[in-house]
Design a protein. Structure first.
Length: 204
């Protein structure tokens, strides 16, 4: 994570470092990313970066954590609303699509994160993925308890299906022109309605 030297930088300078790192990790997966390219963007010496972060892994962990915090700010209003499980998931993935449209570099950082295989980051990757899945599993268990979701469905399988479909609904349609965005948001809702029919008890 960042050093106190980095934390004490002027906010504008911290943002410049963050933006340069985001650009690198959005363009390249961790394994192929380069501190050299980042400092070249910034016009600073490589030694200066190592005064801010111990190594590339520390910088990467910082960037991924910050990006997910920013994504969380987009999704929190959906999580805070009083909706049934299936409606909330539809709104969740619709809002995730809006986040990706509004923040393409941040989104690409998350895409590379889910795909990285670097063993030096294994613990961080596993812990972060568990946190990312927590929203779903919490909502899923509540829906089972309330009788909205069948109680014989493995939550891991349900998450895998929603995550895989949601990923395709976002990544496969990022280049749509703005006038098509509303059409695609409706398409997301229609696709997730199909998944709902497989999980729902039909009680509500």
């Amino acid at each position: 994570m960042p050093s106190s030297r980095f934390e004490n930088l002027d906010p504008a300078k911290r943002q410049r470092v963050f933006d340069a790192a985001v650009a690198e990790f959005a363009q390249h997966p961790f394994e192929n990313s380069s501190i050299t390219r980042i400092v070249r963007r910034l016009g600073i010496a490589k030694g200066s970066m190592y005064q801010y972060f111990e190594n590339k892994r520390a910088l990467y962990r910082y960037v991924v954590t910050e990006v997910y915090e920013k994504k969380r700010s987009y999704l929190q209003p959906v999580l805070d609303q009083d909706m049934d499980f299936f409606t909330r998931l539809k709104r969740y993935y619709q809002q995730s699509y809006v986040f990706a449209q509004d923040n393409p570099l941040y989104h690409q950082v998350t895409v590379h994160f889910w795909e990285t295989k670097d063993e030096s980051l294994r613990r961080f990757i596993d812990e972060t993925k568990q946190i990312r899945a927590l929203d779903f599993t919490t909502m899923f268990h509540q829906a089972v308890q309330e009788g909205d979701v069948k109680d014989n469905i493995d939550e891991r399988i349900a998450f895998f299906v929603y995550h895989s479909v949601g990923k395709e609904l976002i990544e496969g349609f990022l280049n749509l022109p703005p006038r098509r965005t509303e059409d695609h948001l409706r398409f997301i809702e229609s696709v997730l309605t199909v998944l709902e029919q497989g999980l729902s008890t039909g009680n509500k």
